[in-house]
Design a protein around this ligand. Sequence first.
Ligand code: BTN
Length: 242
Amino acid sequence: DRIYYYSTIGSTNSEAKRLAQEGASHGTLIIAEEQTRGKGRMGRVWTSPRGTGIWVSIVLKPQIMPSEAPKLTMLTAVAVTEAITEKIGISAGIKWPNDVLIDGKKVCGILTEMSAETDVVNYVVIGTGINVNNDIFPDEIKDTAISLKIAAGNAVDRIQILAGFLERLEYHYKTAMARGFEPVLNEWRKLCCNLGKPVEIVTRDGSFTGIAEDIDEQGALIVKKTDGKFERVLSGDVSLKY
Ligand code: BTN
């Protein structure tokens, strides 16, 4: 496994995909001080100013079915949440599918990109953005974003958080590959802050509301709609409000 460190880059995820195409091995890590084209989910921009956060992508080559990839994202969210609690003693929670929140505000986002055939995964890129020492956010997200510094009231060591995150990630990844995802999905359930709560699911062709009941073995969200019917929601093209 190699580590690529950049001062400035467009997007660590794009660079990770490029390196994976060229044969980069399992565990390759790409990290940057600043991203000029940081990518969020659903075509959004991820603000990644210099030196304030952890902007990191990891190339994985897991022997799983492509349909299992969402569970790697959930595993990553668990690792970030645990690292935050462990290193700075602040309680963080997960909002389905993979946002890490403190006080209801987003401190971390995860963007998973995959190259796969029908039933084999070529590689998965897990991109993680953690707001660590940001003092301010752009207007569009200033009410919904938070950094560890804002939450803790003092600057936080990025290396500590990164090390804690990678340690938890490796632990859960190895456990999942050896024994399946059930243990980490149970952790996810414990850390999730919107199970049992009302949610609004927004898709390309409209929205509906209901109660987030649980996740299934694939990581899909089971929503009990207001009419009593259950809907299974995959993380692909939905956003969730509450
Ligand atoms: C989200 O929309 O919540 C996902 C945000 C993911 C941001 C990270 S930062 C490192 C990696 N490189 C990117 O361009 N995006 C991800």
